[in-house]
Design a protein around this ligand. Structure first.
Ligand SMILES: NC(=O)c1ccc[n+]([C@@H]2O[C@H](COP(=O)([O-])OP(=O)(O)OC[C@H]3O[C@@H](n4cnc5c(N)ncnc54)[C@H](O)[C@@H]3O)[C@@H](O)[C@H]2O)c1
Length: 352
């Protein structure tokens, strides 16, 4: 990199992210992203880890999610505001950055609203691949909002899920989800209740949004051998599963210090035993141990997943020029002459 380009940082805006996903192909993107997510879970011990820094308000939360593997540093800004959809806004929006630890210089700035949906789905699929029963093909998808189609596509790409049972309290959301997924060859059933949706499902994904202790699934709805992918309970006071389900499930989490604050397990004692996904993925502990077990991935979303997603996008930019250069970093000819650079840019001086 020459001194002329030190000021420039590749920026992937929403338009370029969409171009990139189409250039790669959405199923391949999800498959490869899942590989990056799993690879970083296997390198778990290398990462700086901290529960995300959350600023709560009555209607939502704004969070910062940093991590580093010692070579790269990444962070994401993300919000969660369930009432937003009523004013035409999204529940979740995000952007993030990847930097070089050696110099502290940013290497990539990216939109992460689409990327969060992709990485959440990829992580869910990685967990389900390790925890769901072999041959799981039918998934109930409860909550048919922004995340839902991404979940379906990742489970198709990684596990071969080809049957979906959809339910949302808003039938229009289910209709949209169904129509968006129509061309991908799923067998789709729109259901009138969550109870109907879970009938015959090998995997149950809950991705609803409400800032309260909700009961999307009650104990009697979860049969033996089912894998639950609980995505929507990701904030203090915001859960989706009845506590009794947790008590008879084998529970797997991303990073216990964060999940105990934000996940379904906030309903349990703080020393209730849970297993860590990275240990399963690195072969240190088994995942599912019998076909009758109920396994639960208590997903809240952890910083390493965003790091993996940013790392994947950056690697893709070498092949696909889906970015623009952003003049983000001041770059005086003499590094210590920042003030001089500013003064030389004064309008009067320019016109002289
Ligand atoms: N775990 C993670 O890593 C992660 C990542 C992203 C989003 N999330 C969470 O996932 C959830 C879904 O996100 P989104 O962007 O799809 O939100 P969204 O607002 O676009 O969609 C949520 C859907 O849930 C439906 N819903 C609400 N209550 C319901 C109920 N009782 N039964 C059935 N459906 C119900 C709504 O009608 C809506 O269609 C949010 O809670 C979000 O915070 C988690």
């Amino acid at each position: 990199m020459t001194s002329q380009t030190l000021n420039l940082v590749p920026f992937v805006d929403v338009d370029n992210m969409m171009r990139l996903v189409h250039a790669v192909g959405i199923e391949r993107f999800l498959q490869e992203l899942s590989d990056y997510v799993a690879e970083d879970f296997r390198r778990w011990q290398l990462f700086d880890k901290t529960p995300r820094v959350a600023a709560h308000s009555p209607d939502g939360v704004i969070e910062l999610m940093p991590t580093s593997d010692g070579t790269l540093y990444g962070f994401k800004y993300v919000n969660g505001h369930p009432k937003n959809t009523r004013s035409g806004r999204q529940t979740v929006t995000a952007f993030g950055m990847l930097s070089d630890v050696d110099t502290g210089y940013p290497l990539l700035l990216s939109e992460m609203t689409i990327l969060t949906a992709l990485r959440t789905a990829a992580t869910s699929a990685v967990a389900a691949k390790a925890l769901a029963r072999e041959g799981s093909r039918c998934m109930a998808l409860i909550g048919n909002g922004a995340q839902s189609e991404f979940q379906a596509m990742a489970f198709r790409a990684v596990l071969g899920v080809d049957r979906l049972r959809l339910y949302d309290i808003d039938p229009e959301a289910t209709a949209r989800c169904r129509s968006n997924l129509a061309r991908f060859g799923f067998e789709i059933t729109a259901c009138a209740s969550a109870e109907e949706a879970v009938e015959g499902a090998d995997i149950i994904t809950t991705a609803t949004a409400d800032k309260l202790y909700a009961t999307i699934l009650s104990d009697n709805m979860v049969g033996a051998g089912v894998h639950i992918n609980a995505v929507g309970g990701d904030c203090p006071g915001k859960t989706e599963l009845h506590r009794d389900i947790l008590l008879r499930s084998e529970i797997f989490v991303e990073y216990p210090p964060q999940t105990r604050i934000e996940g379904e397990i906030q309903q349990l004692d703080e020393d209730y035993p849970v297993k860590e996904l990275w240990q399963v993925l690195s072969g240190q502990i088994p995942g599912r141990t019998d076909t009758a077990q109920v396994t639960l991935f208590d997903s809240v979303g952890f910083a390493t997943e965003d790091f993996s997603a940013l790392r994947y996008v950056r690697d893709q930019l070498a092949e696909h020029a889906c970015y623009q250069d952003l003049d983000l970093l001041a770059d005086p000819d003499e590094p210590r002459d920042l003030f001089g650079m500013l003064m030389r840019a004064a309008p009067a001086r320019r016109s002289a």
